[in-house]
Each structure stands twice: as structure tokens, then as C-alpha cells.
Ligand binder design. Structure first.
Ligand SMILES: Cc1cc2nc3c(=O)[nH]c(=O)nc-3n(C[C@H](O)[C@H](O)[C@H](O)COP(=O)(O)O)c2cc1C
Ligand code: SF4
Length: 414
């Protein structure tokens, strides 16, 4: 078996932050997409163990096989680069720097499942990514491939949810839909639609070139391979990194210039994720399968390091306020429930809690999951439930004593 160095992966090549890799350099570095592998790509993806990187971690090969084995209809591929999660930068960095790898992955998906059109759904506010993807498309010229177009996603957390993306592409409305049939049967223009995160597609393009065994040479824990993560918070070098899956939180923090003494808690997976005490997860492998089994979220790969001296209750209240604002406004439990939770959490954080705010927060946190048309409220509530666990004493102190022990301040003093 031929092995390749682990560095020859998504962010290999010229350093990030410069100009996007041009088509000539991309092909010179990686070679063209091999024609003969396109036929075999679905078994190869299945054997690689590649998991989707948009948040849910669904196996990519299984998704492509289900679409390829559909009974009828010319399919559409949507490459999801909306990235509305404020703490995540990995997709925009990938598209801005390695646009051709994403396009290769989308073309591969189209050929593997029999799709007649590709939509590159790129967050409109990610200007460098939009510019790089647009130029990369022009560089491709009239190469033989399915028609490919860019649709810029509107700003908004929910705009990247798969049915919201399809709804926006069809009707200019980025709100999730629940009406059957599912988009895998009737999505863009009424055709079977495969929505796949841009990082997932880029990895598929590498697996097509180098094979599943190469992909599996990386991965220190349960999930094979490498992945993009975004490091935020108490780190000197915040930003996007490519890690071998199974690398620990502590190793990522150290490589980003954050010592364990400087970090009190970690939010894993982003605004949809879970808080954990730093000491509990310092040795935790960043491994999607293992984390899920342990009740934690790899999500879209966010490692947010909360510095000592920053209040976890306030940080949680800010996230909950954002998530309430980002509700797509069409399901009562999400609209009113998230707003009520966001307001109550904000009152606690500011030392203005009403008598039963903490009880209400706990009650609503238990009641809300599963009551929206999409998973937006579920993600927000999961984050809040983990905050109650990790910062429970501090929530109590804020609500009942109107004091913050992290910032050492009285909160009811104007
Ligand atoms: C509220 C919400 C927002 C989402 N935003 C994104 C996004 O910005 N980009 C993305 O790829 N997936 C996003 N997803 C996940 C998508 O619905 C879908 O699962 C994903 O694009 C599939 O690609 P994957 O299998 O490669 O992960 C979001 C999901 C939810 C519930
Ligand atoms: S659950 Fe919330 S975000 Fe999702 S569709 Fe309903 S209102 Fe919109």
C-alpha cells in the first residue's frame, strides 16, 4: 500500500491567507481527478470512513450511495459553504484558499450519483470565498462537466441548514421546510438533491486521488482521517487548523498558544455544541465518533477556549441571545421558547434575575428539544443545558446573590 504524508491534505500547498490556489497550481500539485476512480468512489468513500463536516457527522459514502441508488430523476448537488456559525471559519478559509478542491469534490459527487447540475452555495458575507470560487469557476472554462453556478447564501445561522439552503435556491427564502417529500426526493427545482458540506466534498476529492487507505493512515482514535477545526478564544493563534482526528483539546490549545492555566472552559462544536470544564476535556481526543458517544459534539469543528477571567454565564447569555435572534421565525416553540430562554439567561447574567428565572430556564431547556421544524432550537438548548452543568454554581451566584465570582463584581450596582 502506498502511503502519503499526512501533510498532503486540504491545507497543504501554499500557505493560507495568500491568493487562492489557481487551477494550474492545483493540478500540478495534486494531478487531475482520476477518471477511473470516479466509478469506484462510492465504495472508496464508504471504506474511508469519511464523515460529513457540516455538523451532523453523517457518513459521506452512505449518503452518496443512497442518492446513486434512487429510482428516478436527474439529481442536483448543493455544495454547502454557507457557514452561518459565527465561531466557524473553516469553510470560508477552505473556499478562499483551495476553491478547486471543493469544485473537484462537487464534480465527483455529481458524476458518482448522476447529477445534472451543481450549485455552490457560498455565504454572501464571506467575500474572499465568493471571489475565489467565482474566479475558480471562470478558470475551469468550458471543461466537460455538469452546469455549475454560485448562489450566495444570505447572512443567517439557519440559512446553511440543508432544507433552508434548498428553499433559498428555489424561492429566495432561507427558512427550513418540513413538507414531504424530502429534498433527497424533491429538492432544487423539484429534483433529488444531495446537500454536502464543502469540506466533506474537498476530502472526497482527495480520497478519489489517493484512496481510502491513504485517508485512513491518519486518525488516532475511533474516526479515521483529518479534519479542519476553528480555534477561538484564549489562544494567541486563533484560526483554522487541519488536525489528525483524535488530536486532544490540550494539544490543539498548546499548538495555538494557549496554556491550560489560561483556559477555564471549552465550548466544543460551536453555538450548537457543548460546554465542558477545561480540566475534564484537556486530554479528550477531538474525534467525532468518540465525542458523540460521550455526549459531546464535534459539530463543525469549533474549539472555543474560554479564558480565565471571562464569565461563562455572560458568554452563554450572548450565545443564547444570538440564537434567539437567528430563529427563522416560523415555529412557535422556537420563536417564543428561544426568546424567553435568551431573555431569562441575559437577566441572570446581568444580575437582574426574576425569582423563578433559574427554574424556568431548567424547565424550558427540558421542554424545547424536538419541537421545531429544524434542529436550531435543539442545538441552542443543548448548549444551554451544558452551561447549566459546567457553570451551575455561577448561574446560582448570579441569580441569587447577584454577584459574579469570575469578574469579582456585584451585578446589581448600576
Ligand atoms: C441551524 C442549522 C444550520 C446549519 N448550517 C450549516 C452550514 O452553514 N453549513 C453546512 O455545511 N451545514 C450546515 N448545517 C447542516 C446541514 O443541514 C447539512 O446537514 C449539511 O450541509 C450536510 O453536509 P455534510 O453531510 O457534509 O455535513 C446546518 C444545520 C442546522 C440545523
Ligand atoms: S425551528 Fe426555528 S429556526 Fe427551525 S424552522 Fe422553526 S422557527 Fe425556523
Amino acid at each position: 500500500m502506498r502511503t502519503y504524508p499526512i501533510t498532503q491534505r486540504l491545507l497543504a500547498g501554499t500557505p493560507m491567507g495568500g491568493a487562492a490556489e489557481r487551477l494550474g497550481a492545483h493540478v500540478a500539485r495534486l494531478g487531475p481527478l482520476p477518471g477511473d476512480r470516479r466509478r469506484d468512489i462510492i465504495p472508496s468513500l464508504e471504506a474511508s470512513g469519511l464523515l460529513g463536516r457540516g455538523g451532523a457527522g453523517f457518513p459521506v459514502g452512505r449518503k452518496w450511495r443512497a442518492m446513486a441508488e434512487r429510482r428516478h430523476g436527474d439529481a442536483v448537488i448543493v455544495a454547502n459553504g454557507a457557514e452561518g456559525e459565527p465561531a466557524s471559519f473553516k469553510d470560508r478559509v477552505l473556499m478562499a484558499n483551495r476553491p478547486h478542491l471543493v469544485i473537484d469534490g462537487a464534480i465527483l459527487a455529481a458524476e458518482a450519483v448522476g447529477a445534472g447540475e451543481i450549485v455552490l452555495y457560498v455565504g454572501g458575507e464571506h467575500e474572499a470565498a465568493v471571489a475565489a470560487m467565482s474566479r475558480a469557476l471562470m478558470e475551469r472554462g468550458d471543461e466537460r462537466r455538469p452546469p455549475l453556478r454560485i448562489v450566495t447564501a444570505p447572512v443567517g445561522y439557519v440559512a446553511g441548514e440543508a432544507t433552508a439552503a434548498v428553499h433559498y435556491i428555489n424561492a429566495g427564502d432561507a427558512r427550513p421546510t418540513t413538507t414531504p417529500p424530502r429534498m433527497s426526493e424533491r429538492g432544487v427545482d423539484g429534483r433529488p438533491t444531495l446537500v454536502q458540506n464543502v469540506e466533506s466534498l474537498a476530502y472526497a476529492a482527495l480520497i478519489a486521488r489517493f484512496g481510502e487507505d491513504w485517508y485512513r493512515t491518519a486518525g488516532r482514535s475511533e474516526t479515521p482521517g483529518t479534519g479542519l477545526i476553528t480555534v477561538t478564544g484564549a489562544a494567541e493563534q486563533q484560526g483554522v487548523r487541519e488536525i489528525e482526528l483524535g488530536t486532544t483539546v490540550g494539544e490543539v490549545a498548546a499548538a495555538s498558544g494557549a496554556g491550560s492555566h489560561a483556559v477555564q472552559a471549552v465550548v466544543l462544536g460551536g453555538y450548537f455544541g457543548t460546554w465542558a470544564r477545561a480540566e475534564d476535556v484537556w486530554d479528550l481526543p477531538l474525534d467525532p465518533a468518540g465525542m458523540r458517544a460521550g455526549g459531546l459534539a464535534f459539530g463543525c469543528g469549533i474549539v472555543g477556549l474560554l479564558p480565565e477571567g471571562r464569565c461563562g454565564v455572560t458568554a452563554t447569555a450572548e450565545i443564547m441571545g444570538f440564537m434567539a435572534d437567528e430563529s427563522a421565525g416560523q415555529c412557535g416553540p422556537c420563536v417564543y421558547g428561544l426568546r424567553a430562554l435568551g431573555d431569562a439567561t441575559a437577566r441572570v447574567a446581568r444580575g437582574r434575575a426574576e425569582a423563578d428565572d433559574l427554574d424556568r430556564i431548567e424547565r424550558w431547556t427540558a421542554q424545547l428539544p424536538g419541537r421545531g421544524a429544524c434542529h436550531h432550537p435543539d442545538g441552542a438548548v443543548q448548549l444551554l443545558a451544558s452551561a447549566l452543568d459546567v457553570f451551575g454554581d455561577e448561574f446560582n451566584r448570579h441569580a441569587r446573590m447577584r454577584r459574579c465570582s469570575v469578574t469579582r463584581s456585584r451585578l446589581d450596582v448600576a
